[in-house]
Design a protein around this ligand. Structure first.
Ligand SMILES: [Zn+2]
Ligand SMILES: [Zn+2]
Length: 234
């Protein structure tokens, strides 16, 4: 049996034509019409570093003005609300990597509507996952999304450029300052990136400290422009 057929069968048996989120009839094997329509592109003027809504005419929120950012811009592709919250947590914590297909399709469709032009970039990478966590989960969720996006826009996907050197603690239980300390020098970039324009993919943007540290290392190696693309901002 082909892997896709297998996954579909598995999916049909596990979730028999009911919405993943509210359990009414689905329109696409995953969500019902109502839940699907709740997945929206964030509207209005957004901070270029944290994707928070800000007054029109401004480029960044006050908090971000006070911080140094090593990525040039962030694009959050959906609003962090249901059913995205449930889908992303199932994708991450319930060993359901096939949800990445659906989530990457949403990202691609919203990216096309955002006006952002990925073809000007040299390659796509993803925020690396702690090796122990990756082993336990069996996959890096950001890398699954990154590969699909790179593939669609016909840009190389590189997952061997940046890796974690320090076994950092789980970020979820730490406050913002502790998160920053925790990620310092946690990543290493193993090749020169002089003049390269890079898209870095993550699933959910929270404080951005991991992302920023990755981008610091990428810029140290000569990266020119870095745009972070995430499914949503928490
Ligand atoms: Zn539903
Ligand atoms: Zn901001």
């Amino acid at each position: 049996m082909k892997i896709k057929t297998y996954l579909k069968t598995f999916f049909d048996l596990t979730f028999p034509k009911l919405c993943f989120y509210c359990e009414t009839k689905t329109i696409n094997g995953l969500l019902c019409k109502k839940c699907f329509q709740k997945i929206k592109i964030p509207a209005g003027n957004l901070c270029r570093y944290c994707a928070k809504p800000i007054p029109s005419g401004k480029k960044s929120c006050r908090e971000c003005l006070a911080k140094k950012h090593y990525y040039d811009r962030i694009i959050a592709l959906t609003t962090y609300q249901e059913p995205i919250i449930t889908l992303t947590s199932y994708f991450k914590y319930k060993s359901l990597p096939f949800l990445g297909d659906f989530l990457s399709e949403i990202m691609i469709s919203h990216l096309k509507r955002s006006g952002f032009e990925p073809s000007n970039f040299d390659f796509v990478i993803s925020v690396p996952l702690n090796p122990a966590k990756q082993k336990e989960r069996g996959y890096n969720q950001a890398s699954l999304l990154g590969k699909k996006i790179a593939n669609y826009f016909e840009i190389p996907f590189k997952d061997d450029i940046i890796y974690e050197v320090k076994n950092k603690r789980t970020q979820a239980k730490l406050d913002r300052i502790k998160r920053q300390e925790n990620v310092k020098k946690a990543f290493k970039v193993n090749e020169s990136l002089t003049g390269k324009n890079i898209i870095i993919i993550d699933d959910i943007f929270t404080t951005g400290s991991t992302l920023n540290e990755c981008c610091f290392q990428l810029k140290e190696k000569g990266a020119q422009e870095i745009v972070a693309v995430t499914l949503a901002k928490a």
